[in-house]
Design a protein around this ligand. Structure first.
Ligand SMILES: [Zn+2]
Ligand SMILES: [Zn+2]
Length: 242
C-alpha cells in the first residue's frame, strides 16, 4: 500500500506531499475512536461503536455500489466499481436480460478508481462524468449541471467528496432517486468525509441532494430514504433513531 516509487524513474523525492490514504486512514480511525459524544451526530456515534478492526475493513474493502438505470432505450451502469470478480457484474446484468453490449452509458460519480476501474468492461458504452461524454475515442463536453440523458435521467454537479463529483438524478414512479457519493453508507456516514476534497462543498451538495431525493444510493452501501429536511436550519431536533 505504501508508495515505493515508480519504475519509470520519476523523481518525486522532493515533493511536498499531502496526506495520503494511509495517513488519512489513521487520522480517521483516531478521530472516530476519540470522538466525544455530542449533539446531532447519531450517525457518527454508530460508526464510533464499531471496533478498530471493523473500521479498518470498511476502509480497505472498497465494496462499491454498482447500479443499473434503465429508461426508454437508455441502459446505464452507474459506477462499475472495483470487483473481486467481473462475473459479479455480468451475471447481475444477465439477471436483467442484458449483456455488456446492451449497456448504452456508464456514469461515474467521480474519478476514484474504486468506482471507475471497470469502465473498460463496456467498450461500446458512452462514459459520462460531471462535464464530459467519452464516446469511443472522442472526449466531448456536455452542459454539466442539468445535463439530461433522458427526460427523467439527469446529471447534477455535487462537488465535495471529490472536486469532480456528480450525481445521477432519476425520476421514477417511486420518487426521485439520487445516485451519489455524498455519503458512503446508508446511515449517512461518514459525517466528516475522511477523503473529502472540500467538506464545506460536500455539505452544500448534501443539502441540495436532500432537497430533491426520495431515495439515495450512496457510494458503498444500500439505498436509503433520507428524512425530509426541515425548512429552517434547525438544531439536532428529534434525535430519531434513523
Ligand atoms: Zn471516492
Ligand atoms: Zn468510494
Amino acid at each position: 500500500m505504501l508508495w515505493t516509487g515508480s519504475a519509470t524513474g520519476g523523481q518525486g523525492s522532493a515533493i511536498d506531499r499531502t496526506p495520503d490514504r494511509v495517513d488519512r486512514l489513521s487520522q480517521w480511525l483516531d478521530a472516530v475512536e476519540q470522538h466525544e459524544p455530542g449533539a446531532a451526530d447519531d450517525a457518527l456515534l454508530r460508526v464510533a461503536s464499531w471496533d478498530r478492526m471493523t473500521l479498518w475493513r470498511v476502509w480497505v474493502d472498497a465494496g462499491t455500489i454498482v447500479s443499473l438505470v434503465r429508461d426508454e432505450d437508455l441502459v446505464v451502469v452507474v459506477d462499475p466499481g472495483i470487483l473481486s470478480e467481473p462475473a459479479l457484474l455480468t451475471d447481475a446484468l444477465a439477471g436483467h436480460g442484458l449483456t455488456v453490449g446492451d449497456v448504452t452509458h456508464v456514469f461515474v460519480t467521480h474519478h476514484h478508481l474504486d468506482h471507475t476501474r471497470n469502465v473498460g468492461m463496456f467498450p461500446t458504452a458512452r462514459v459520462v462524468d460531471v462535464d464530459s461524454v467519452y464516446d469511443g475515442s472522442l472526449w466531448l463536453d456536455h452542459e454539466g449541471d442539468g445535463h439530461h440523458l433522458t427526460a427523467d435521467v439527469s446529471v447534477i454537479e455535487t462537488p465535495g467528496h471529490a472536486q469532480e463529483c456528480a450525481a445521477l438524478v432519476v425520476r421514477t414512479d417511486d420518487g426521485t432517486v439520487v445516485l451519489t457519493h455524498a455519503w458512503w453508507f446508508a446511515d449517512m456516514t461518514p459525517v466528516q468525509d475522511p477523503l473529502a476534497w472540500d467538506q464545506d462543498a460536500l455539505e452544500r451538495s448534501r443539502e441540495r441532494i436532500l432537497g430533491i431525493a426520495d431515495i439515495v444510493v450512496p457510494g458503498h452501501g444500500p439505498a436509503f430514504r433520507p428524512a425530509r429536511p426541515t425548512t429552517e436550519s434547525s438544531g439536532p431536533g428529534g434525535g430519531g433513531n434513523g
